[in-house]
Design a protein around this ligand. Structure first.
Ligand SMILES: [Zn+2]
Length: 283
């Protein structure tokens, strides 16, 4: 595969890098715009490029970009949104040592404060995988000896820089899709997974897609913890034809998705109504 970077590739890279992460549909729309505005691009002069060809042109561009940035320790990763299942493209650092320490945009004490906030999110009781924004500000204030006002600005910066996302009402913080992608190995090394012996680890890995779950379901089967993203659970049940197991109950991981996305998938509503009626969903 060609790895000669074109002007289009450079624009696409700059764009993804600046927005940090972007959904597939949105990227495809931008990609079409970038190509149609390019005077040097001949491919787009041909009338009537069909949707599949657009997909393949985008794929080719991303593949060339990744070949070129990998040697500098960067990657455009692909990952599905934990609630909608929509594909996202995420610009990440792939340096394998302590990835947080490599971040030169922050001082060492600031990076320690970020780690403390991540600790609080992962270790929040009841699989919440989120903390109150006020708690995050207090944590930052304590770690960096800053006023609560300055700590609030710092938390805003962390959200802008893509570490965390906020609920729609601004009261809680969660790990962003970028952090889940970029920090996946760090999170698993530091906190372990629920597949570890004795289920001692904290990170849940999805039984279906093998990615970290901070929004979804978990249950215990024969002493083993099984966790799923919402959509992954749906797919798993449909494809496996699992019979209900009366001893197995689903517990929600993370906060209510409507607190983040505003829209809730039909799958979630269906399952939640079952949760509400029986306080448990049988597999
Ligand atoms: Zn999954």
């Amino acid at each position: 595969m060609s790895s000669v970077t074109t002007e289009i590739d450079r624009i696409v890279l700059t764009y993804i890098r600046s927005v940090k992460y972007i959904s597939h549909d949105e990227l495809l729309r931008s990609f079409k715009l970038i190509k149609s505005r390019s005077e040097t691009d001949n491919e787009v002069q041909e009338e009537g490029i069909d949707p599949l060809q657009w997909e393949s042109l985008l794929d080719k561009s991303l593949s060339t970009i990744n070949t070129n940035i990998s040697r500098h320790g960067f990657k455009i990763d692909r990952k599905k949104d934990e609630i909608s299942g929509e594909l996202y493209f995420i610009f990440i650092n792939t340096v394998s040592d302590d990835i947080i320490k490599q971040n030169t945009n922050y001082s060492v004490p600031e990076l320690d404060a970020i780690k403390s906030v991540i600790d609080d999110i992962v270790e929040a009781s009841g699989y919440q995988f989120s903390i109150g924004r006020v708690n995050a500000q207090q944590r930052v204030a304590a770690n960096l000896s800053r006023t609560l006002r300055d700590s609030s600005s710092f938390v805003d910066k962390l959200i802008d820089d893509g570490w965390f996302i906020s609920t729609l009402d601004g009261t809680r913080l969660l790990l962003s899709i970028k952090s889940l992608s970029e920090l996946k190995n760090y999170l698993i090394d530091r906190y372990g997974t629920t597949a570890d012996e004795g289920n001692r680890g904290k990170m849940h890995l999805c039984h279906h897609c093998k990615e970290i779950v901070t929004l979804g379901y978990t249950s215990t089967r024969d002493g083993h913890i099984q966790s799923f993203h919402y959509k992954c659970y749906d797919v798993y049940i449909r494809s496996s034809g699992s019979k209900p197991d009366p001893d197995q109950m689903l517990t929600q991981i993370g906060i209510d998705p409507s607190a983040i996305s505003g829209t809730v998938s039909q799958n979630f509503i269906d399952t939640r109504s079952q949760l509400n009626s029986s306080n448990a969903v049988m597999l």
